[in-house]
Design a protein around this ligand. Sequence first.
Ligand SMILES: [Zn+2]
Length: 362
Amino acid sequence: MKWSYRIGQIAGTDVKVHVTFLLLVAFFAFVSYASGGIAAAFATTVMIVALFACVLLHEFGHILMARRFGVRTPDVILLPIGGLARLERMPEEPRQELLIALAGPAVTLAIAIALYLVLWLSGAQLDIGDLSRVDRLPLLEALMVINVMLLLFNLIPAFPMDGGRVLRAVLASRMGMRRATRVAATVGQALAVLFGMWAVFSGNPILLLIAVFVFLAAGAEASAIETSTAGKGVVVSDMMITNFRTIPFYAPLQQAVEYLLEGEQREFPVVDNDGRVEGLLTRENLIKALAERGAGSIVGEAMTPRVAGVLPTLEFSRALEQLRGSGLSTLPVLDPAGRLIGLLTMDNISDLLLVRRAQGIE
Ligand SMILES: [Zn+2]
């Protein structure tokens, strides 16, 4: 993720903080300073850091469980909304996903119980009935209350909360990953709508924002999983376009204009005299260069240079990742010798997915 900085490494996983998280700490510290001076600012900072240490422990619950199933976990990022542990892939088996999803909340529960025991042993008066006063509780009490709240929030059965993954994993052992994802996403979105209505009635804009976020995240998660499930077993050569036009590096833009208007192809691989790919001329490249340089200028000056090609044997999800990461809607497919043998396009991928879904291929 952009704007995140590595602050260290725990058990082989990089711990990063996002710059917005640092801003959040600074903001609350400043607000406390304005109202209560340097001591209050210090107390607030300690509180936030302690809270995020709890969040980090929660994430390491997921991480260590994922490792047990051989899933690599390159990093965990602290964001203002919580922690985000990146797993390189989701485990195939629903039971493994279930255990990974439960491991985080289990850690949070353990922290809450441990804090409760410490408070109980120290004879503290636990008056936590009024949640609106959580900011005035002593540090340990406040931490315990917030951990309990985090636990409950995490177990809401909606993506992207852990509860959503638990629900999906439970359903998946019965109805397969794809249907389970769709059902879990629908449950999550229905809950988000109810939550949103409640937020409107109680006039709480922050709750409404969370409801909208959950609604969107549930949909995004569902479509991401549907796509990767539908593309299982497919490689680039199965989905590339083989019927396409190339354009020479030194061709005038006028020729590209004619190609564009003659057919449905919108991106053209630009090749040199030996047929090697030099870049890609997109429709945007063409329009921009036409306006700036005119129809007589050459394609090579207008194209997007140094476009990385994909191998025909590359597996579906990696290819999709590379295509998305490139910021282009088309990538050239090059054989190991570097010869251009096809085009990988976003349109063609969606067509393929539609066809496979219609045929019920999973
Ligand atoms: Zn979690």
